[in-house]
Design a protein around this ligand. Structure first.
Ligand code: ZN
Length: 300
């Protein structure tokens, strides 16, 4: 039902949304260009490599109108993160990284680069325990220690979203974490197969509008799949957004879990007597979307 409404709305607003997107990006680029110019002058004077001091501005992207998808990478940073960042930069794609505190400690430069290149960073605990099996003070320590490490490595950015390891959470854990809990709608299971061809196939085929795709940038085959995944999803008409951009028009609640962008509820629902649009018409039923997935699994 919601898919059909969404498809119907989308065809009327896609052009306006496209214009909005273009103007939003232009603004960000202008701002970046100004910043870069500034730094060039400062760098020439100081004879040191210029380094951006502020992340680029958040973009205004209306994912209720555009076909958005959020690429997310868990468990890093690691030795392949820089290569992934090169790809994302080349493709103009912003992603979200759910970071392990221990790895932030080992790869702080990668965290800073993620932030400065417009990606979002989220908390994924200090060392990946199952939080539902821990005492609440221990849960709190897992989160706080990671928040502190990310803030230090990134030069002042404090994550506002969290992804519990294995997707394992409950009411008490959620309350203790005190941030919105971001799960996923597409589990590529890249960690299980470690197979670039499979990662590519799943990563292109499965996402739906508003989806959140789960990859791991600590695995080389996963990172190798990303150029083809991006190309395939671009071909399918997707706009790549960070998690916070995806939920820009929503008020996310601390302790609640979110796996995808759900279409906004309309103020006046269609009358029950309305006849359905003809099958096969643009407003006709969209392909069936698989239901909610079990959120607890190995390896996330
Ligand atoms: Zn994980």
């Amino acid at each position: 039902m919601r898919i059909r409404n969404f498809a119907r709305t989308r065809q009327f607003v896609v052009i306006a949304a496209g214009l909005l997107l273009v103007s939003g990006c232009g603004h960000a680029e202008k701002k970046q260009a100004r910043t870069a110019g500034h730094q060039l002058a400062a760098g020439a004077k100081a004879r040191t490599a210029p380094r951006p001091q502020q992340p680029p501005a958040e973009r205004k992207i209306n994912c209720d109108q555009l076909k958005c998808v959020a690429l997310t990478f868990d468990d890093g940073p690691g030795p392949y993160t820089n290569g992934l960042l090169d790809v994302l930069k080349k493709e103009g794609v912003r992603a979200t990284f759910f970071l392990i505190g221990e790895n932030v400690h080992s790869f702080p430069a990668e965290v800073r680069r993620e932030v400065m290149e417009g990606h979002e960073v989220g908390d994924h605990s200090w060392n990946h325990p199952q939080l539902t099996a821990m005492s609440l003070p221990a849960v709190k320590a897992q989160i706080q220690r990671t928040q502190d490490a990310i803030t230090k490595a990134s030069g002042g950015i404090k994550p506002t979203i969290m992804r519990p390891p294995y997707g394992a959470t409950n009411k008490r854990v959620g309350q203790t974490i005190g941030m919105p809990l971001i799960l996923w709608s597409v589990d590529t299971e890249d960690w299980r197969y470690l197979n670039t061809a499979r990662d590519t196939r799943v990563g292109i085929k499965e996402p739906q509008a508003g989806g959140i795709i789960l990859f791991h940038d600590i695995h080389k085959p996963s990172v190798k799949a990303i150029p083809a995944v991006i190309a395939g999803l671009k071909k399918r008409g997707f706009t790549f957004v960070t998690v916070s951009e995806l939920f820009q028009n929503r008020q996310l609640k601390p302790g609640q879990t979110y796996s995808e962008l759900m279409p906004q509820k309309t103020a006046s629902p269609a009358p029950v007597t309305a006849s359905p649009p003809p099958s096969g018409s643009p407003a006709g039923p969209a392909p069936t979307k698989s239901g909610a997935r079990p959120q607890q699994a190995e390896g996330h």
